[in-house]
Design a protein around this ligand. Structure first.
Ligand code: GLN
Ligand code: ZN
Length: 759
């Protein structure tokens, strides 16, 4: 049997985010285009050498990008919308980055989540334009590796089915023509690779793991038949990931040379398929066993057993041992993490360490003196040590969890009755106005925080600064005439990090960055132990703000599901269990806020939707525990205490049920980008609890006029009753400037005043 070690893709950002720095310097015109291209090349080649030195055999090219790989393909095939005034030929960097980020007068292309990851790609826009192969970037990368390093690499390209599924601008009718124009370009690109000496080409089709209709399957079969006819010499490794391969019986028979399956996230389904249908004897099997989505070391003994089962079920003659998906979703290396507790650190594996795991498993399959291999026992011991870590044996947390009863997920009386009580106690005007929580994080705020982190100013000087800024904004809010005030969140950089730093069970890395979109990177906290509340986290700031005003100040927390979805999470217990631990911790915080006299508390859940599984049939299971975690956090309050929540996405339509199930007294939700749609869906599916439809987009510096807001308010009145009606912007204001924030909020309050006079 022939065995090869490979990875589906490698992170391009670099150990020290060199890639990000290079891209941003170019944007700021600090380096010339020539310099930029040269530095990018150095980064690319370094990454190849690095993977090679780690022992990986078949290296991948084309996993690199200057912004996003979907955007690269759009540029490669000339899918440039007319608004960018592109006149043909190779898409220049300025057009490319205008599509990514917008420019003076042109808006950027839409950006959206890449499957169920936290990465966001640029959505290609089809405008019925003629398409051409403007430039084969992947070929360039292939030739570069061949010339500079003398390597025959495996070029990778996002496959035509996935590309079309994720693009927009066509309907059922024009889709056929789109495909007809696009496929020959794919064939041309593949042919060029073959001519240049590529032996294998990885074609990524993650869309093959979604629920596919009979028509989809037919379409895929036709597409690949045509590709096989047009480029008979291309050896395609058809790569799937994130779930099991759908329609396995049909798709495993496609005319390709290999099929790569995800044996981490789609393990059971793919194993079942192998069991039921076998594996085509003439194809190479890509065995994705090393988790490309988490940060934990693999238990090599367990992986060995998995691989054994896969090999015997498939009977494949040649196998590739690889990551379950591209390693771009994990940070680069644990080497830089010198501040972590050693038990935790020993149990971590980022991209580089995962590549080493791939090579170990490969040796195992080759039967090279494996049993005695030190790495096997090391991986077992490290996993075991983490399982037994004292942070995971928190008696108080275990006891709290064991005491949870069904009634802890429910508020004692239904919304309608709470609404009456809250009306009496809170004494808010009709159409109460409020904001989502944060106010501008000015340069001064950021500078002061940095100085404090660097210990250039004392704790008390920093606290005093935050207090002054809060006081200043309480006054501004009073002057504007808002009804429910907020303290402004000046003490927080990030809505998850802030809580993670104060709760037990979290760890923070130094360099564990992953790309969220474009050059924007995030460094998610690691939830490795039992999550425990030890002391109030937000009470001081909110209480200080409350003392300055006779209006209500809202307490402000990040919800359990958002904290979970924006962290790397331990895998020895279920996500549901972790969510409930966070919920119990927040429950204690909410108690502390109530004890301090706070009567409105907002628990943000902007990431509730992000945790949705890829396939709709699995949504309910996730939603039921996610909604329950929110309720566990928020249901212990007095009936008179008003619980708010906030979400910022527009696809409300298919989400009204779960939102209602949260049983939050008030929700504020982003509306302005899909206002019409939202109103329509509320017409069809009425919502009874308190709700504030965001009245203006906070992503733009533009100040909305009073008339604009007035129109939105009046339209909203068609679907929302006076008793449930709240007025607020779409989201938090931390990225805006002070002047525009004040002007916008003044217009919002004026429009509300007019509404009150008329209704
Ligand atoms: N309370 C947070 C803020 O105002 C909410 C942020 C969010 O929804 N992402 O910034
Ligand atoms: Zn928001």
């Amino acid at each position: 049997m022939n065995v090869v070690s490979t990875a589906i893709g490698y992170p391009y950002i670099g150990e020290n985010r060199e890639w990000k720095r290079c891209v941003e310097s170019f944007w700021k015109k600090k380096i010339s285009e020539e310099q930029f291209r040269l530095e990018m090349k150095t980064i690319r080649l370094d990454h190849m050498k690095r993977q090679q030195s780690l022992g990986l055999e078949l290296l991948t090219v084309g996993d690199f990008t200057y912004y996003d790989r979907m955007l690269d393909l759009a540029a490669m095939f000339g899918l440039v919308p007319t608004r960018y005034s592109w006149t043909g030929g190779e898409v220049d960097l300025s057009t490319y980055y205008s599509m990514a980020r917008g420019a003076n007068d042109v808006v950027a292309c839409e950006m959206t989540k890449w499957f169920n990851t936290n990465y966001h790609y640029i959505v290609p826009e089809y405008e019925d334009q003629p398409l051409t192969l403007t430039k084969n970037y992947i070929l360039d990368y292939f030739l570069e590796a061949k010339e500079e390093l003398g390597l025959i690499t495996k070029p990778t390209i996002i496959g035509p089915f996935t590309f079309i599924q994720l693009a927009k601008g066509y309907d059922a009718k024009s889709k056929a023509l789109f495909i007809l124009k696009l496929l020959p370009l794919y064939a041309q690109a593949l042919q060029q690779l073959v001519d240049a000496g590529a032996t294998w080409i990885q074609v990524e089709e993650p869309a093959f793991v979604l629920s596919l209709s009979t028509e989809d399957v037919k379409l895929v079969q036709e597409m690949y038949k045509q590709l096989a006819e047009e480029v008979p010499d291309a050896q395609i490794m058809l790569q799937t990931y994130f779930e099991g391969l759908s329609a396995y019986e049909e798709l495993s028979q496609l005319p390709v040379a290999g099929i790569g399956l995800d044996f981490v996230h789609g393990k059971e389904e793919n194993l079942d398929s192998l069991r039921t249908y076998g594996f085509p004897p003439d194809k190479v099997l890509g065995v994705g066993v090393v988790n490309g989505r988490d940060i934990w070391i693999a238990n090599l003994a367990e992986k060995a057993a998995d691989v054994k089962a896969i090999l015997s079920l498939s009977g494949a003659e040649e196998v590739w041992i690889q990551s379950s998906c591209s390693l771009q979703h994990v940070p680069v290396t644990t080497k830089s993490e010198t501040n972590l507790d050693s038990t935790l650190r020993n149990a971590l594996a980022f991209a580089d360490e995962k590549i080493v795991e791939i090579t170990h498993i490969t040796s195992y399959v080759r039967d090279e003196d494996w049993a005695g291999n030190k790495s096997v026992s090391k991986s077992m011991l490290a996993t075991e040590a983490l399982v037994n870590h004292e942070a995971r044996q928190n008696r108080r947390v275990k006891e709290l969890v064991s005491q949870v009863k069904p009634e802890h997920f429910l508020r004692p009386i239904p919304f309608k009755q709470r609404q009456t009580l809250q009306k009496e106690v809170l004494k808010l005007p009709d159409y109460p106005t409020t904001t989502i929580g944060s106010f501008p994080q000015s340069d001064e705020v950021k500078r002061t925080r940095t100085a404090w982190r660097k210990k250039e100013i004392t704790d008390s000087a920093y606290a005093e600064f935050v207090k002054m800024e809060t006081a200043r904004w309480i006054q501004i809010q009073e002057e504007i005439g808002l009804d429910v005030l907020v303290h402004g969140e000046f003490e927080r950089t990030d809505m998850v990090e802030y809580f993670g730093e104060k709760l037990n069970g979290f760890a923070f890395t130094e360099k564990a960055w992953v790309v969220s979109y474009g050059s924007r990177c995030v460094k998610p906290p690691i939830i490795y132990g039992d999550v425990e509340w030890t002391a109030p986290m937000t009470v001081k700031e909110v209480e200080e703000a409350q003392q300055l005003t006779s209006k209500h100040v809202k307490g402000m927390l990040t919800g359990p599901v958002t904290i979970l979805n924006w962290s790397f999470v331990r895998d020895d217990i279920s996500r549901e269990q972790v969510a409930n631990q966070i919920a119990l911790a927040l429950r204690e915080e909410i108690q502390a806020l109530e004890d301090a006299g706070i009567s409105i508390i907002q628990v943000d859940e902007p990431a509730l939707r992000e945790g949705l599984p890829l396939r709709k049939e699995n949504w309910n299971e996730y939603l039921s525990w996610a909604v329950n975690a929110f309720k566990l956090a928020t249901s212990s309050v007095k009936n008179e205490t008003q619980i708010h929540t906030h979400m910022c996405y527009c696809e409300f339509n298919d989400f009204i049920e779960p939102i209602r199930a949260l049983d939050a007294d008030v929700i504020s939700i982003e509306t302005s980008r899909s206002h019409g749609e939202l109103i329509q869906s509320l017409k069809k599916n009425p919502y009874e609890l308190g709700i504030g439809l965001g009245v203006y987009d906070i992503h733009s510096p533009r100040v909305p006029s009073m008339e604009e807001i007035d129109t939105i308010l009046n339209e909203s009145l068609e679907v929302i009753a006076k008793e449930q009606f709240w007025v607020n912007p779409d989201c938090g204001l931390k990225t805006r400037h002070e002047e525009e924030t004040i002007a916008s909020l003044r217009n919002m309050v004026a429009a509300t005043q007019k509404l009150r006079e008329q209704h």
